[in-house]
Structure formats: C-alpha cells, structure tokens
Write a protein that binds this ligand. Sequence first.
Ligand SMILES: C[S@@+](CC[C@H](N)C(=O)[O-])C[C@H]1O[C@@H](n2cnc3c(N)ncnc32)[C@H](O)[C@@H]1O
Length: 234
Amino acid sequence: MESSEAGVHLFAWRGCMFRISDRVQPPKAGSLFFCEHLAVRPGERVLEIGSGVGLAAVVLAKAGASVVATDVVPEAVDAIRTNALLNGVSVDARLGDCYAPVAGGRFDLICTNPPQMPTPPNRARRDAGAAADNGGVDGWEILDRVIAGAPGHLVPGGRLAFTIFAFLGKKTAFAKLEAAGLQPSIVASETQPFPRIGYERLEHIRSVDPEGTVPATDTPSTVERFVIQGTLPS
Ligand SMILES: C[S@@+](CC[C@H](N)C(=O)[O-])C[C@H]1O[C@@H](n2cnc3c(N)ncnc32)[C@H](O)[C@@H]1O
C-alpha cells in the first residue's frame, strides 16, 4: 500500500485526468505539442511507442482509436493502465523495446515522442530518467529503429508521426524517411523553451547538430520543435 505522506500528482488536460507516477516522466511541452497534432479516425489501429503516463494513448483512445501503447519502463506500463482506467477507455499497454511487444502487428498510425536528447558517451545510463531523455550520441538512436521498422508495421497508406528537436535536423528526418520508403511531411512546428537538460549538453549538441540550428556562441533560449510524418504509399 502507498504511503499517503508521498501525495499523489495529477495532471489534467483536455477533460482527461492523469496520475503521474514516480520514475515516469510527467507530460512536458513536447508531449502536449505531440498530442495536439495527432489525428485519428474512429476505429483506426494505433501504436504509441514510449507512451510514458499514457497521455497520447488515452487521448487517441478517447477519439475512438484502438490503441496499443508500449514502454520499456515497467512503472510506465502500470501508469498507462491506471490512466486508461481513470479515463474510462481501453488501452492495450505492453512492456518492451520498440516494436518487440507488437511483433506481426500492423497499424494505421504509429506515433512516438521519443527520447531524443543527444547524449555524450560518458552520460549514457540505464535508469528510467535516462530512458525518457537519452537518444544516443546524435539523438537518433530510438528514432532510427522506429523509422526502420515502420514499413513492416504499417498498413498501406499508414502514417508514422514523431517529434524532433530542430537540432536533430529536419532535412535529416526527411532523408531517413525517404530511405525507408516513407513520404515525409511536416505536420506542425512550434517554438518551445530550450530544454534544461539541453543546456547541460550544449557543447555536445552543437557538435552533432547536422543543420547548424544552435547558435555557435550565444546561449539559445528557445528551440524549434517539429511533428514529422512519414506515409507508407498505398
Ligand atoms: C520523452 S518520453 C515521452 C513520454 C510520453 N510519450 C510523452 O509524450 O509525454 C519517452 C518515453 O519513451 C520510453 N522509452 C525509452 N526507450 C524506449 C524504447 N526503446 N522502447 C519503448 N519505449 C521507450 C521512455 O521510458 C519514456 O516513457
């Protein structure tokens, strides 16, 4: 039984209520931006990879989609289940890495707001906080695997939607999608405060920023964020 001394953190958004668990990252600006630009039709099959507390999964299930939501952190999978129940929707929450929990499955929409913070080799860790933020040396570690696996997990005409920070490279994202046989497009862009953890890694981010988006000497106060889509031809 939980100690009442610890308190309960709740997050309310768009008529939904989310219980925030220890060890699971609470929704941030990028989470809301991501959710605001996900479109589904009732009955569509959706896979969210790295669902955290299940914000997008619950919102998409409320919109009538049939949602599988995954995470590598067991407490996140528990949180997704709790938050689906709390909001009266059904979400199939599964534990595991990338596409492993949905082998053989095909979806109309695959979506992810993935860990994507470029991570110097000496900062790599294996805890839940790192799982939420760290995207490998260039930030693309998880996304590269998501993109590579998408054609094998989408129905014809299906969409892959994901967020990136500008310093991962918009043109780079397009090239990776095209190489995987997906037609790229930008769904939305938004200027957000530069992430706190990004300041701690600024020199490293500058060293990998493929399109030179971070000022060479000034300290940035904002970063552009994109929702990118790749569509599998019908
Ligand atoms: C940036 S957080 C986003 C959480 C949530 N989707 C949101 O938008 O607030 C990334 C999530 O991906 C999960 N994750 C990290 N690596 C993963 C992997 N290889 N496969 C599935 N999920 C992963 C993390 O545990 C974390 O919950």
